[in-house]
Design a binder for this molecule. Structure first.
Ligand code: ZN
Length: 123
């Protein structure tokens, strides 16, 4: 079963069993990623541009699988993905995306179902 849309990489060796399509956002990685990554000293880091995320209020979350942090798993399956039942040997866990980079993804159909908004915290 082909489970990955957007991009050519199909990591069939992991044989995941997700019911929803996964979305590959690797095409959206900034060409400045490496430079930003080298300069980043923050605890949280955006997987698309490599810049630090200083405030947790801007800390969008994705959960990735199939051996690459850019293959997004549908939110309905995050619990499954993190369970022992997950058949995806390439499960990658949770990653962060900054609020500016989230906007670059807005034209991907149903992308909202793959990204958790920042959890509001009391100041
Ligand atoms: Zn970013």
């Amino acid at each position: 079963m082909k489970t990955t849309i957007k991009g050519e990489i199909i990591m069939s060796e992991y044989n995941p069993d997700y019911k929803n399509l996964t979305i590959n956002i690797e095409d959206y990685v900034s060409k400045h990623y490496e430079k930003n990554d080298n300069n980043c000293t923050d605890n949280f880091q955006c997987i698309l541009c490599g810049k630090g995320i200083k405030h947790t209020s801007k800390h969008h979350t994705i959960v990735a699988g199939e051996g690459i942090q850019y293959v997004l798993i549908h939110k309905d399956e995050w619990d499954y993905a993190q369970s022992k039942e997950n058949t995806d040997g390439g499960f990658m866990g949770a990653w962060d995306i900054g609020s500016e980079c989230v906007r670059k993804l807005k034209d991907i159909p149903n992308i909202k179902n793959y990204i958790r908004k920042p959890i509001k915290e009391r100041a």
